[in-house]
Design a binder for this molecule. Structure first.
Ligand code: COA
Ligand code: AMP
Length: 262
């Protein structure tokens, strides 16, 4: 029995990225997975769709999924949403000026050439230095999926917990690997102008923030906060190369633990 990474990316006629998706599946499930990814791609009327099927030659590390919490009540003003997100980052010992810089990067588009990046910024937590080698591309978290036996379980648990949007599931899976790799905290929101929910992930929890940006804004991205002496090459290897299966723990399914941020 072999395991494969099946990845899809779709782009418009200008080459602009529209959507991406990855699954780590057994060989028997490849055909079904291609169909699923193709359907996901088709939503956005792509010009071209690329599907990669790659055998995983290493052992897959299993990591428990982050728990999910709402950072603020629905329809809170943006200023309150950001104050709360900021507080969680302060509690993770990110320097206040670095937090402000991170928000300003995502507000104006973090790419060196302006606009959105194709991956995440690596930002040191005290001095705010950017470590990603290519400031237009950034670093991507790849080779990660929920374990096939836990996929339905995770979907059901998220619906029960009030997080039915598929984007939440995708983002929490990526963030689970990102923190496992050694990132201290992550701040992100989508560049999709219709999707205004963002998140902070740190210390085992994924905090979801509705209204972290204004509707109609087509800028966004992800900031990975890292230690001052982070080994960039090792971190990038972990984020990009080491395959991870995200597992659903009993605690997650029972939705235990603190629910609000004080
Ligand atoms: N954003 C923007 N552009 C992207 C991109 C992204 N997320 N992913 C790929 N591209 C474009 C870039 O132009 C890239 O070139 P670059 O490396 O110079 O930036 C080009 O496609 C090729 O990228 P590559 O890394 O070879 O793509 P891939 O075939 O390995 O697929 C994806 C990567 C698309 C799977 C990954 O980026 C992604 O979107 N993952 C999301 C996974 C997810 O939601 N998982 C949830 C788990 S259930
Ligand atoms: P999305 O949440 O998919 O709308 O993506 C928002 C931003 O996050 C993109 O503009 C990229 O800068 C970044 N991004 C997308 N996919 C990844 C990934 N797999 N790893 C790291 N950053 C990503």
């Amino acid at each position: 029995m072999n395991i494969y990474s099946v990845r899809m990316r779709a782009a418009d006629e200008t080459g602009h990225h529209l959507s991406g998706m990855e699954r780590l599946v057994l060989d028997d499930d490849i055909a079904m997975t291609i169909q699923e990814l193709y359907q996901r791609a088709w939503h956005n009327h792509p010009h071209d769709v690329h599907i990669t099927i790659e055998k995983i030659d290493q052992e897959i590390t299993q990591v428990p999924v982050l728990r999910i919490r709402s950072g603020v009540p629905t329809k809170s003003p943006k200023s309150l949403v950001r104050t709360q997100a900021r507080q969680i980052l302060l509690d993770a010992h990110i320097h206040p000026d670095v937090i402000d810089y991170a928000f300003s990067l995502l507000d104006r588009g973090p790419a060196a050439s302006g606009g959105n990046m194709r991956g995440a910024v690596l930002l040191t937590k005290h001095s705010g230095r950017r470590l990603e080698p290519d400031k237009d591309r950034g670093v991507r978290t790849v080779r990660v999926d929920v374990h096939p036996k836990d996929r339905e379980h995770l979907q059901r648990a998220l619906v029960q917990q009030g997080f039915p949007h598929p984007r939440t599931q995708d983002a929490v899976i990526l963030a689970t690997k990102t923190l496992w790799a050694g990132v201290i905290a992550e701040l992100g929101w989508s560049d999709d102008p219709d999707y205004t929910t963002g998140f902070v992930a740190t210390k085992g929890t994924y905090w979801r923030f509705e209204g972290i940006k204004d509707a109609g804004v087509n800028l966004g991205g992800r900031i990975y906060f890292v230690e001052e002496d982070a080994d960039t090459a090792e971190l990038m290897k972990r984020l990009q190369q080491i395959p991870i299966w995200v597992m659903v723990s009993t605690e997650f399914a029972r939705n235990e633990g603190e629910h609000s941020y004080e």
